[in-house]
Design a protein around this ligand. Structure first.
Ligand SMILES: [Mg+2]
Length: 185
């Protein structure tokens, strides 16, 4: 069976960071307002330490939603592929809380996707050291290199990447899980 690596954040689930940032700032930002990859960049510089303290007490994964179709399509993919969840867990702004983030990720996956065994979770910050036949990720840098099939999952931060750039890297864009199912099942 082919080895299939699926990213977690903004592929399987999303919305956690935006919800927390809005709660903290008392704002109503929409995902379209986010211009960079890191949603927390919406926070003014002078409030960053206050945000760090606030974020420390939160579980990001209490605020995420499972994306439409992810459960059903992955359940089917699992029958045809050696499936892994390949996800980074290091928090850029405060690496000391990354362990807690990893635990929250684990607990969320364990509860929400019971058909995927913990042995199929790979927590890694540098995804390029892991080989795979097929890879699904929303971050284009995680799709570079040798891989038979690379799918870029459309997200707020990658929607403006032109088709020509994707073609150069042999990357296919997918907007939702239905499209993933059509390509891989
Ligand atoms: Mg991601």
């Amino acid at each position: 069976m082919k080895k299939l690596m699926i990213d977690m954040d903004d592929v399987i689930c999303d919305g956690g960071f935006l919800t927390l940032v809005n709660q903290f700032l008392n704002t109503n930002y929409k995902i379209e307002d986010v211009k960079a990859y890191y949603i927390q960049d919406l926070i003014p510089k002078e409030r960053m330490s206050e945000w760090a303290e606030y974020f420390h007490k939160q579980n990001l994964y209490e605020h995420v939603r499972l994306l439409d179709g992810a459960y059903e399509v992955m359940e089917n993919l699992q029958k045809n592929y050696e499936l892994y969840i390949l996800t980074a867990y290091i928090i850029r702004d405060d690496k000391s809380i990354s362990g807690k983030n990893l635990l929250n990720k684990f607990n969320w996956l364990y509860k929400e996707l019971p058909f995927i065994k913990p042995e199929q979770y790979i927590f890694a910050d540098n995804k390029s050291v892991i080989s795979s036949d097929i890879r699904i990720d929303d971050k284009i840098s995680n799709l570079k290199g040798e891989c038979e099939k690379k799918l870029l999952f459309t997200a707020y931060h990658n929607k403006n990447i032109p088709e020509s750039e994707l073609e150069k890297e042999n990357i296919i864009r997918v907007d939702n899980w239905k499209e993933i199912g059509k390509i891989l099942l």
